[in-house]
Write a protein that binds this ligand. Structure first.
Ligand code: ASP
Length: 328
């Protein structure tokens, strides 16, 4: 069951809060729309990209980026996406804004609505923040979740699916291993939902017991506490950063030990399928979950993921706010 708030009565996107429960046709439609913006795949990986692309779809609309947590890729690609769709884009500098003076989220929302904003892109450390915004937003205002606590990061999952699909559209044959700090990762949750919706053959979560949430099997995944069994025959490996900012207390003896037991090293990569795809949402911690050579090596799609973030975010914004969109 998708979040009831995020769809219109006729099933179109109104907000994007989570991928959980999106229908396969709707999710596929988002990926197809993103293809229109992403440029042709090129032979040496990556694509000709959306460089220089400018379409008037959101001309006259105003998009505000509200990032209460650090971000490089997500914030910048949301901004680029909105600009390529010809929207006016504002970035609220939280540290220099009234939220640092104690203004509540709700008051910030209402203040900005008075400036006739059409869409908020919100990242917040509290799980449920985007949902809270969507509940209280005026009917003509759309909310995009750019990451809420450990709950969801829907556009990351969509760009991950887009990237996988460009190389391996046969989801029903794919074994995908998600490795590392599953417990604190909104990307893991959103990727698991998206992979299930697209019918992936097998989804594994791989990591130390302390970093795997109890009962996660209910999401339709298998749990591996040993990297070698977790990665055996995997077609796609998605590595995750240790989310130290969300860890209260000690979850690991040391990052060195984590690297030894769960890091993707060159030597370990050589034991995997020769055509395995290596992914990471970023930011990477070299020498912890991934070796630097692997991050920018032959099998890595990490920079493609970044690039595809623009096209996927353009697709979502266009579907919600564009002429044919629901909230227009
Ligand atoms: N950038 C991703 C996120 O915001 C992953 C990470 O921070 O490790 O969740």
């Amino acid at each position: 069951m998708t979040h009831p708030l995020q769809l219109t009565p006729d099933g179109r996107l109104r907000h994007l809060l989570t991928v959980e429960g999106l229908s396969r046709p709707l999710l596929t439609d988002i990926l197809d729309q993103a293809e229109r913006y992403a440029g042709q795949p090129s032979s040496n990986r990556g694509s000709s990209g959306s460089r220089g692309l400018k379409v008037p779809l959101l001309h006259g609309k105003t998009v505000v980026n509200l990032f209460f947590e650090a971000s490089t890729r997500t914030r910048m690609t949301f901004e680029l996406a909105a600009k390529r769709l010809s929207a006016d884009v504002l970035n609220l500098q939280i540290a220099a804004s009234s939220t640092s003076k104690g203004e509540t989220l709700l008051d910030t929302l209402k203040t900005m609505e008075a400036m006739q904003v059409d869409m908020f892109v919100i990242r917040h450390e509290a799980s449920g923040a985007a949902h809270f915004f969507a509940q209280h937003a005026a009917p003509e205002v759309a909310i995009l979740n750019a990451g809420d606590g450990r709950h969801a990061h829907p556009t990351q999952a969509l760009l991950d699916m887009f990237t996988i699909r460009r190389h391996r559209p046969d989801f029903e044959n794919l074994t995908v291993a998600i490795v590392g700090d599953i417990l604190h990762s909104r990307v893991a949750r959103s990727d698991i939902h998206a992979l299930r919706i697209l019918g992936a053959k097998e989804i594994r979560v791989v990591g130390p017991r302390t970093l795997i949430p109890a009962g996660i099997e209910a999401m339709g995944v298998t749990v591996h506490n040993d990297i070698d069994s977790g990665l055996a025959d995997a077609d796609v490996v998605i590595l995750l950063r240790l989310q130290k900012e969300r860890m209260v207390g000690a979850f690991l003896p040391s990052t060195g030990e984590f690297h030894r037991d769960f890091g993707l090293t060159k030597a370990r990569l050589e034991t995997l399928k020769p055509d395995v795809l290596v992914m990471h949402p970023g930011p990477i911690n070299r020498g912890v979950e991934i070796e630097g050579d692997v991050a920018y090596g032959e099998r890595s799609l990490i920079l493609e993921q970044v690039e595809h973030g623009i096209a996927v975010r353009m697709a979502v914004m266009g579907m919600i706010l564009g002429d044919e969109g629901a909230a227009a």
